[in-house]
Design a protein around this ligand. Structure first.
Ligand SMILES: C[S@@+](CC[C@H](N)C(=O)[O-])C[C@H]1O[C@@H](n2cnc3c(N)ncnc32)[C@H](O)[C@@H]1O
Length: 301
């Protein structure tokens, strides 16, 4: 049987292939748009590709919920979460659901986000950044956040403050949070600043955690990382894996090159002491047992 390779078909029928590709993209875009409109009209949360509403690897949210489950078993009282960077509300709903499942709804999720452009277009290419830039410019993402929180039924435990972490965190009282989740801008300086400002806000034994630690300092090409800490998401030449260099470098700097506990990019450390400066950090264990990772319902597509 004579088979023609994909590249020779491509060379012979370039216009046909382009048409095929455009049709495929067109039907996917149409389907996404219908789903979005349907969720808006029927008062359902939306976490599809429009506005890049679903952010990051949804498997991480399973670890986030297991962590809340464990922490709530350690002490019975309202569990208070501070989230830096909420976008369309995906992670806020994950925390809220966990508080309901494992702490009888006793707790709060305080979200802070300015919902304004925060990454430079010239260093962040790709459809996700394009979609995010448009959603921020048009002021649509905060509306989607509010829609998602309301329609998920978690507006009883989620509160939000519109503003940037640098401005809001220093004004918050020390030691009042059980967990602070750092998922704002991913440049080195911003992550480091957020870690520093957040540590003061934790009670003794509280959890500082965050998203997007795909690779730790010991794993990457450090020279390359140091040269690219303003980039959001790039490929490490040593491992060939995609990672957030600003997050990798900031965590290495902040935790003094101590390896951080991390699961598929979600990371967490426990603080011992209060006040931010004179504290110790411990790794955190999440009991996995024989459980399979299950993506929370709101993020299943
Ligand atoms: C990666 S998205 C957050 C995704 C969200 N946590 C989730 O999992 O669905 C980053 C968010 O951080 C916000 N952000 C950027 N700079 C910030 C800052 N200085 N303080 C608070 N939020 C910030 C952005 O507006 C954006 O919504």
């Amino acid at each position: 049987m004579i088979t023609e390779s994909k590249s020779s078909v491509k060379a012979r029928f370039p216009r046909l292939l382009k048409l095929h590709r455009n049709l495929k993209w067109g039907s996917a875009a149409l389907w996404s748009s219908l789903r979005f409109r349907c969720c808006m009209a029927r008062n359902r949360p939306y976490f599809g590709p429009i506005m890049a509403a679903r952010q990051g690897n949804p498997r991480r949210h399973w670890y986030m919920q297991r962590l809340i489950e464990q922490e709530c078993q350690r002490s019975r009282r309202p569990f208070i979460v501070l989230e830096i960077g909420s976008w369309a509300g995906g992670s806020a709903i994950t925390w809220a659901q966990a508080i309901k499942d494992f702490n009888h709804g006793q707790g709060l999720v305080i979200c802070i986000d300015p919902w304004v452009q925060y990454f430079a277009d010239d260093i962040s290419r790709g459809w996700v950044y394009g979609a995010m830039s448009r959603a921020l410019r048009k002021g649509q993402i905060i509306s989607l956040f509010m829609h998602n929180i309301r329609t998920s039924g978690h507006d009883d435990v989620i509160r939000f403050i519109r503003g940037a972490s640098d401005e809001l965190l220093p004004r918050m009282g020390a030691g009042q949070f059980d967990l602070v989740f750092v998922d704002g801008a991913h440049t080195y300086h911003q992550v480091l600043q957020d870690l520093t400002n957040s540590a003061r806000l934790l009670r003794d034994g509280g959890i500082l955690c965050g998203d997007d630690l795909e690779l730790q300092a010991a794993q990457v090409d450090m020279q390359f990382t140091l040269q690219n800490t303003q980039s959001d998401f790039i490929q490490d030449p040593k491992t060939g894996k995609w990672y957030h260099p600003g997050v990798t470098r900031a965590l290495a700097g902040y935790f003094g090159h101590q390896e951080v506990s991390a699961w598929e990019g979600f990371w967490a450390m426990r603080v011992r002491g209060t006040g931010g400066d004179e504290v110790n950090w411990e790794r955190v264990a999440i009991e996995m047992g024989n459980l399979d990772v299950v993506v929370p319902e709101h993020l299943r597509s």
